[in-house]
Design a protein around this ligand. Sequence first.
Ligand SMILES: Nc1ncnc2c1ncn2[C@@H]1O[C@H](COP(=O)(O)OP(=O)(O)OP(=O)(O)O)[C@@H](O)[C@H]1O
Length: 312
Amino acid sequence: MSTTVIEAKGLMKRYGSTVAVAGIDLSVRAGEVVGLLGPNGAGKTTTILMLLGLTEPTEGSVRILGKDPLRQPLEVKREVGYLPDAVGFYDSMSGRENLAYTARLAGISAELARESIAAALDKARLAEVADRHVGTYSRGMRQRLGVAELLMRKCSVAILDEPTSGLDPQSTQELLELIQALSRDGMTILLSSHMLNVVQTVCDRIALFSNGKIGFLGTIEELADKIGGGAFIIDVEADGIDLSEIGTSAKGVKSIVAGRQGHWLVEAERDVRPELARLVVDAGGSLKNLDLRRARLDQAYNRYFREVVHEA
Ligand SMILES: Nc1ncnc2c1ncn2[C@@H]1O[C@H](COP(=O)(O)OP(=O)(O)OP(=O)(O)O)[C@@H](O)[C@H]1O
């Protein structure tokens, strides 16, 4: 049975007359990577701050690793790592010295810290620059140092708030690979981001925030299905037939869009490749390619906010 690591019930936050978070239920299992998405001001950061115990909820409750972050802040802080969009480090100290300083504050013995710091810097691919002042680091290196800190502290949960914002494509990719490595090691991760391709690559489930609520929580396939699109996208290349005419008879096909000559994009609620292949061959065509792709988060996200939220 999987363990619930993060559990929020009826979370609400008001700032005067502004309702930042309007009643959120969220449950995250051990080892899951969950993406928090939604437009600016939808309530993602406020939710994160409440999960961490950095802001007190107006209503509702939070349990993280079974603990209440407001009542047991030190225990929660020890096991839960937080990476904001810009991590604060001492510029005049090296990466290694910054981690040693944090380790000392966390009560980790110098000897133990030395080894874990070296391993964490290595994993974050910062070993070569570890003894340079952080003031000389690029934004991407700083963010990776932030992740190295979570590794050094052996956090079992990481909450990352827009960790790739302001990073160039290469630094984004490097940070992404690091986050995937954390997940492979079993870390439970909450990741807020506006970069849909980043979320698509690393997240098992997504929570779509709008107006302080979670309007959707599930997999990208479930989102595609909910908004009436297909969870399965199939690229078809064939000669001698018109798939737009013959393909719709396959059960489960939602739409067929013709592309370049001899190319079609089929949206379906299940993997209909065998049926499509049979239809093409039976109609006397020759099949050149059948490629299954995952539903695209950017398309599903845009459709969700345009059609579902807009019409609500
Ligand atoms: N300290 C505060 N005082 C007053 N209002 C606040 C405060 N913090 C957040 N808000 C308001 O609460 C709402 C939710 O903000 P929040 O930062 O949680 O959104 P977000 O989804 O994280 O947005 P972004 O994608 O821009 O980071 C916004 O309307 C914001 O202006």
